[in-house]
Design a protein around this ligand. Sequence first.
Ligand code: ZN
Length: 392
Amino acid sequence: MSTDTPGSQSSLHRANLERVLRAVRMAGSLTQAEIARGTGLSAATVSNIVRELKESGTVVVADTSSGGRRARSVSLSGDAGIVVGIDFGHTHLRVAVGNLAHRVLAEESAPIDVDVSAAQGFDRAEAMVERLLEQAGFRPEKVIGVGLGVPGPIDVETGALGSTAILPGWTGIAPGRELAERLGMPVHVDNDANLGALGELVWGAGRGLSDLAYIKVASGVGAGLVVNGQIYRGPGGTAGEIGHITLDEAGPVCRCGNRGCLETFVGSRYLLSLLTSTLGADLSLPRVVELAHQGDLGCRRVIADAGRQIGTGVATLCNLLNPRRVILGGDLAEAGELVLAPIRDSVARYAIPSAARQLSVVPGTLGGRAEVLGALALVMSEMGESGALGRH
Ligand SMILES: [Zn+2]
């Protein structure tokens, strides 16, 4: 520990305080021993900081047991601040209001054609946020931040959607800035796959892990990568575009301009096109999954083949990043073992054995809520000191 000038001691203290708060914020609740392990701080330092945070009303401490021994669990005080999550999908809008103690206080989703007009989508989102805050009994001033998910990569420099091909009605719009102006609240924006990864990391199938990949298979295919407990975005914000791994150079033309990308073989439009001649044009991916569970052989075959192709991408991901767990999200995840077993087969075939040995491939546990819960977690992970102390 430094024993320099008082100034540097106090900035060290602030930094330690911020580390403790961040650990508790992301986990929901932790024992003091867990905080010490997670932050690398000594038990005495943690104990002092927790006492200080308790006195300021930022955290609450409750008796609990850990491995049969008595322990004290620390969580953020329920009224330390409110966070809002907004998830724009291609066909839905979902909004959640939660507190820093990881309680979801109000949540709502509505079908919406987001592709048509961004303004319409923002109108709906704004109205939903206002309604849910009222329902939860909090004034807008209590909101520390808003997490916003959009179905495409966000350009880190401009804040605009990286590819206009994904949402034609959103061309030239920086969704984070637009929404911040409308709501008068700070907005953090990210793509849906990253938020799905954060949601599962904090609330779902990835709890307690520091290295995982969340793969979302819907109309598009993307991955959210968690490396050392943090989302890895890359300098341009495009990391995780697993859907554009080339599987067949002579394959169908992809919306990215390449040919034979993974997405052209497993995206919902392609999967549905395989079944229109036998099951008709009025088909959706959830319906295909339902039919597969009921034993429809054609649907089972289409899902199994998609699983094998996704597995090829997962194997590549394993070789590059060696994640502990791959979590499948999106509509296809509802197929369970029908899609997971073929993914595992491909991983066993194509990944380096040492990379595949420690890997588990599991479905997400949050279903369609992963992204909106991840949006709440995004605010918690991006919160700076201003919001961290809850004294405003
Ligand atoms: Zn592509």
